[in-house]
Write a protein that binds this ligand. Structure first.
Ligand SMILES: *Cc1c(COP(=O)(O)O)cnc(C)c1O
Length: 391
């Protein structure tokens, strides 16, 4: 029997990374030494005190049961304290904070609370694929906002306003940005809040990378903007800051109605975050933060090795002030896809084609700084040989 899937599944864009994965497996099978700069998954281990908090909490039978109350009060308090310390913004732990099973989970469920069939969401292009895919799963229409280099990879909100789709409900933003590694200032977030208020659109800011910043840059938060609570929700993650991608913990903060609606969706779908992981999250947010400058120094050194190396090869590439990505213009004679294919087949290097993250990503590749400095140096050496030989 042929299993016919629901229309919503068939409407999803093809999973562009499936082809890269296939070639990567093939190259590994042939015995090649593959350097994977494809996925943004930290190689640095979770700090020890967080692992120890998990160990302790896992031994306590009180933590073995369902965690049904949309997040432990102690975690909500820890999030509120962290947010106040970091951004100088006070949040009500019971109504303006919602712990999540990773921020992706909350971002993915948001459209189910606010998008009806036929509604639109304003989605950056290129972008983290979740905004677009889950808008489609909820029956909505993603409306792309190109992120262009000449605009600093910020969407042109005047232009978006000019051809605003009918029934636009959510504006997605993500700074520091994946994949372009661009940053924004508070003035841009203020314009986004103004846009949201004027057009009655929820401003959803994905802030997964606010803590991964270099060279003195400090990323602003949406809720620092006057009036942001009226229209805004912000998603944070412990994944990147604390090297906890596998643990699945993050949180939403912001407008109480949005937070409540998201909680309602979640309470019908999941049964909470393992309490031992919640307590480990408390340890992460309230414990020593000294590991972070060391993590950042590691990423910064890797960034410089890659950026300087690519520039020496004649590539056009900016030195990012945040995230652990490098967003490079592809050399002449290549497309995103042809460069990625050449890199994996000829050099054993996995990179992400910009075009796989949206049409405006064509002409770029993304490389993640999640392998050691020596491997990045090795990757630059291999790229020098194989990309030149293509010309
Ligand atoms: C990594 C990432 C996330 C989410 O990660 P979680 O592990 O689900 O918290 C969210 N948004 C962007 C842009 C990311 O790159």
């Amino acid at each position: 029997m042929k299993m016919e899937t629901a229309g919503r599944l068939r409407r999803l864009p093809p999973y562009l990374f499936a082809e890269i994965d296939r070639i990567k497996r093939e190259v590994i099978r042939r015995g090649a030494d593959v350097i994977d700069l494809g996925v943004g998954d930290p190689d640095l281990p979770t700090p020890g005190h967080i692992v120890e908090a998990l160990e302790r909490a896992a031994r306590d039978p009180a933590n073995h049961r369902y965690a049904l109350d949309l997040g432990m009060p102690v975690l909500r308090e820890a999030i509120a304290a962290w947010y106040d310390r970091r951004f100088g913004v006070r949040l009500d732990p019971s109504s303006e904070i919602l712990p999540l099973i990773g921020s992706k989970e909350g971002i993915a469920h948001l459209p189910f609370a606010f998008i009806d069939p036929g509604d639109a969401a304003l989605v950056p292009d290129p972008a983290y694929p979740v905004y677009r895919a889950t808008t489609i799963l909820a029956g909505g229409e993603p409306h792309g906002m190109p992120l262009l280099e000449e605009n600093g990879f910020l969407p042109d909100l005047d232009r978006v306003a000019r051809d605003l789709p009918r029934r636009a409900r959510i504006l997605y933003l993500n700074y520091p940005n994946n994949p372009t590694a661009a940053v924004c200032d508070a003035a841009f977030l203020a314009r986004a809040v103004e846009f949201g208020r004027r057009h009655d659109v929820i401003v959803c800011h994905d802030a997964a990378y606010t803590e991964l910043a270099f060279d003195g840059y400090s990323a602003p938060s949406l809720l620092q903007v006057e009036g942001a609570r009226e229209v805004g929700v912000e998603f944070h993650s412990l994944s990147k800051t604390y090297s906890m991608t596998g643990w699945r913990i993050g949180f939403a903060v912001g407008n109480a109605d949005v937070v409540a609606a998201l909680g309602k969706v979640k309470s019908n779908i999941d049964s909470g975050i393992f309490q031992a992981v919640q307590l480990a999250g408390v340890a992460a947010l309230t414990g020593p933060q000294e590991f972070l400058p060391a993590f950042l120094e590691t990423y910064r050194r890797r960034r410089d090795v890659l950026v300087d190396g690519l520039r020496a090869l004649g590539w056009r590439v900016a030195r990012p002030r945040a995230t652990f990505y490098v967003w490079a213009r592809v050399p002449d004679g290549f497309t995103s896809a042809s460069l990625v294919r050449t890199l994996i087949e000829k050099a054993g290097i996995v990179a992400t084609p910009g075009s796989g993250l949206g049409p405006a990503g064509e002409g770029y590749v993304r490389m993640a700084l999640t392998v050691g400095e020596d491997r990045i140096r090795e990757a630059v050496g291999r790229m020098g040989k194989c990309v030149r030989s293509e010309k």
